[in-house]
Design a protein. Structure first.
Length: 206
């Protein structure tokens, strides 16, 4: 099965993606991983992408699409894959349609106002990277394992999260409409526990 997972920042895409690839034995295709692999290997398109990344610029759609097309042509994608973080724009989605046939787009549907509080409340142990949240009953200021104070990641501040949600509204929401019109969008309630959300994912995938 050829899948895409969509959702707002902090909706749990990464967690659900891990569970999907484990259950359905699909390769997890993320543009970040593709960039790093091609840059490490020194491929022509990887070097092209590196030129933009080193300048702090967004990699243009045509370069991203070329990288994704190359990855999808590899042997492990023959029986399906899960795309995560791509496409990000309508232009990328339209280009992807010329490369491959997407069967299902999983959209983790969340309440954005509650999501903001969830992300801003996230804390991480700087030593073991264990995560917690100020909203949880089990929350303590120190990691019980490492006995150091949890920290808030720079991209989890309220201002940064609001900016990320603005980008999501401008870029991803039109994608949701695009795939809804194509008849492949499946909404899954993303506000439950990890297992509850995954049960919803399994239900739509069958």
């Amino acid at each position: 099965m050829n899948l895409i997972i969509l959702g707002a920042p902090g909706a749990g895409k990464g967690t659900q993606a891990e569970k999907i690839i484990a259950k359905y034995r699909l390769p997890h295709i993320s543009t970040g991983d593709i960039f790093r692999a091609n840059i490490r290997s020194g491929t022509p398109v990887g070097l092209k992408a590196k030129g933009y990344i080193d300048k702090g610029q967004l990699v243009p759609d045509e370069v991203v699409i070329e990288l994704v097309q190359g990855r999808l042509s590899e042997e492990d994608c023959k029986n399906g894959y899960l795309l995560d973080g791509f496409p990000r724009t309508l232009a990328q989605a339209q280009a992807l349609d010329k490369i491959t046939k997407i069967e299902t787009v999983i959209n983790l549907d969340v309440d954005l106002s509650k999501l903001l509080a969830r992300i801003v409340g996230r804390r991480t142990c700087p030593v073991c990277n264990m995560g917690t949240n100020t909203a949880w009953d089990s929350y303590t200021k120190e990691c019980p394992k490492c006995e150091v104070t949890y920290i808030q990641r720079p991209d989890d501040t309220e201002e940064t999260v609001k900016n990320r949600l603005d980008v999501y509204n401008n870029q991803t929401v039109p994608l949701i409409e695009y795939y809804k019109r194509a008849g492949v969008l499946k909404n899954v309630n993303g506000m439950g526990t990890v297992d509850e959300v995954f049960a919803g994912v399994v239900e739509v995938l069958g």
